[in-house]
Design a protein around this ligand. Structure first.
Ligand SMILES: NC(=O)c1ccc[n+]([C@@H]2O[C@H](COP(=O)([O-])OP(=O)(O)OC[C@H]3O[C@@H](n4cnc5c(N)ncnc54)[C@H](OP(=O)(O)O)[C@@H]3O)[C@@H](O)[C@H]2O)c1
Length: 305
């Protein structure tokens, strides 16, 4: 595993982290704590130290599974979670950006995670009006002063959002989470230059394009009714899968699994600190961790730790 410094937060994170939206039940599979524990043990053994979760991956369900699975080992992990939504049912959330709501969510997240601090607390992909909610960032700064939050981050909705990226340092946040992968390079000309200028850490999310960049799906692929790819990602799916075919043929070296290549591809960009692929099995955790072993020119990376 390689490690990088998450921008001005100073956190040392593994270049491959673990995304855990999957544990919340919206990816066609329900998880029990034993499986989550096995996945986190495999992640730990591979040198992964960063977990990304959120308040609305299930009603704090992903956080609860993570908290139970890492009980007794809290300090070896960098835990990133998020605020801004109240989970109603699968694929339904209510917005909750008022400062009092956010404090309540923080307390629920701490309880679910069985911890008294969050390493990175991220604004969860809200609109600009939510980002600019009066008193929001002051309230979060007060929670930071109490020690319940170590660092603040901003998980962008649109991956070209310059308003929120530009304001990230002003509100006291040090990292941005953004969709970035071989099928969606928009941040390269929009968000990344600002991140580099302000020394913001970058968590590249959806680095496998929701699994499509593993190369295992073909045009016409269908997903279970309780899989987010069937609910939110139907339109344009075949076009993306066709593009994946072309990339597989033209760019992926012989003998390299495409998922591994796709993660290493993200890690080459000088703005990107880490990737946070979502995983559904121990095998996927191990395979994704192996991306750190591909040639990613780690030594030349500005955030190499
Ligand atoms: N707004 C936000 O802040 C936001 C939004 C989205 C995601 N996120 C975070 O980012 C993380 C990653 O994004 P994502 O999970 O949406 O997309 P992703 O990482 O691009 O894709 C994850 C999916 O790819 C498949 N996969 C993973 N590893 C694989 C491997 N080695 N080989 C083959 N298939 C593999 C799995 O699904 P199958 O095996 O079923 O194909 C998995 O569910 C999330 O878990 C979450 O923590 C945050």
């Amino acid at each position: 595993m390689h490690y990088r410094t998450l921008g001005c937060t100073g956190l040392k994170v593994s270049v491959v982290g673990l995304g855990t939206w999957q544990f919340g039940g919206e990816w066609g599979k329900q998880f029990a704590v034993d499986e989550v524990r096995a996945m986190l043990e495999a992640a730990r053994d591979a040198g992964i130290n960063l977990i990304d979760t959120a308040e609305c991956y299930g009603d704090h369900l992903s956080e609860r599974l993570v908290g139970e699975a890492i009980a007794g080992e809290r300090d070896r992990w960098v835990i990133a979670t998020k605020f801004g939504h109240r989970f109603r049912e699968c694929f339904q959330r209510d917005a909750a950006w008022q400062p009092a709501d956010v404090v309540r969510q923080l307390e629920d997240s701490l309880r679910a995670l069985r911890t008294d601090y969050v390493d990175l607390y991220q604004f969860h992909s809200g609109p600009d009006e939510a980002f600019d909610t009066p008193g929001l960032w002051e309230t979060l700064a007060a929670e930071q002063a109490k020690g319940r939050i170590r660092h603040l981050g901003v998980s962008l909705g649109a991956n070209t959002n310059l308003h929120q990226t530009g304001r990230t340092p002003e509100v006291g946040a040090g990292a941005v989470q953004v969709v970035y992968n071989r099928l969606d390079r928009k941040p390269e000309d929009t968000v990344f230059p600002l991140c580099r200028r302000h020394n913001l850490g970058v968590l590249a999310r959806v680095p496998l394009a929701s699994g499509f960049l593993s190369g295992k799906y073909r045009r016409g692929a269908a997903f279970p009714a309780d899989d987010v790819r069937e609910v939110w990602m139907k339109s344009g799916r075949d076009r993306l899968l066709d593009e994946v075919r072309q990339i597989a043929a033209a760019e992926v070296p012989d003998g390299v699994p495409m998922a591994r290549w796709a993660l290493a591809w993200c890690l080459r960009h000088p703005a990107v600190t880490c990737v946070i692929p979502g995983c559904k099995s121990v095998e996927q955790v191990i395979e994704n961790a192996a991306a750190a072993g591909l040639d990613i020119r780690q030594a030349e990376h500005p955030q190499a730790a």
